[in-house]
Write a protein of this length. Structure first.
Length: 259
């Protein structure tokens, strides 16, 4: 895969995806979105990949969001088409594999919207998070105004949305926006620890659980428990569903196949 603005590595069952424009605080322009669409397609399609860690290059920013200088310089020009929304992810609802955001600095605007579209957020202790779009005449239209109030208390979310102010990693942790805050040197190892804990579980079980958790959010409990889910159907037909109880009975570690 030919990538100019993104790094994509595979190690065992773990994918490492890195926004690679540190000179502009990993701000995103259309070519980034096109690349990321391809990366997510590959992650979804590769049966050997079970979890992804998403981060930014350098130590200043996860992503500063939309590249406003690029937007201003190219106003009116035809833009390439891509699926999946910001970073190919914010409008992507078919990814049932877990994604961990390792926020290594500023996660602002679209950067926070990307992190909100992930399942787990680990933040470096110097990170700052916010949706400052109204300060430049825009709004957090890549899901931020919807995901943030579903992630933290409404009044806290609205305070951030309406003022555009940043919060620290410690504040984000206090409000439940991030799972863990660590020194920058420990950021990727901590994300890897979370990934390793996830990968101790059966991959198809994890995927079925993620799918049901998200799809059930807009339903009543009765509707959610009665609904049909593709990942759950795959799980119930899988070899891993046989392997799990067998390994437990035999007092050994299960050998998951994701099939």
């Amino acid at each position: 895969m030919d990538l100019q603005f993104t790094r994509y590595e595979k190690k065992g069952h773990l994918a490492y995806i890195t926004f690679n424009r540190p000179e502009v605080m990993n701000a995103m322009h259309p070519a980034c979105h096109v690349e990321m669409e391809k990366v997510w397609d590959d992650f979804v399609g590769d049966k050997e990949l079970w979890v992804a860690i998403l981060t930014g290059a350098g130590d200043k920013a996860f992503s500063a969001g939309n590249d406003l200088k690029y937007t201003a310089a190219h106003h009116g020009e035809p833009m390439p088409k891509w699926r999946g929304g910001f970073a190919g992810l914010t409008d992507r609802y078919d990814i049932v594999k877990p994604i961990i955001a390792a926020v290594n600095g500023f996660a602002l605007g679209g950067g926070l919207e990307i992190a909100l579209a992930c399942d787990i957020i680990i933040a470096a202790d110097h990170a700052r998070l916010g949706l400052p779009e109204p300060r430049v005449g825009l709004m957090a239209g890549a899901g931020g105004v919807h995901r943030l109030p579903r992630s933290i208390p409404l009044k806290i979310a609205m305070g951030m949305i309406l003022t555009g102010r940043h919060i620290t990693a410690a504040e984000a942790h206090r409000w439940g926006l991030v799972n863990e805050v660590v020194p920058l040197k420990d950021l990727i190892p901590t994300a890897e620890r979370w990934a390793a804990e996830i990968m101790e579980c059966a991959p198809l079980s994890v995927q079925a659980s993620k799918e049901q958790a998200y799809q059930g959010l807009h339903m009543s409990i009765e509707e959610a428990t009665a609904a049909k889910y593709p990942a759950t159907t795959r799980l119930f037909k899988s070899k891993d569903m046989i392997e799990g109880p067998r390994a437990f009975a035999e007092k050994r570690k299960p050998n998951w196949k994701a099939e």
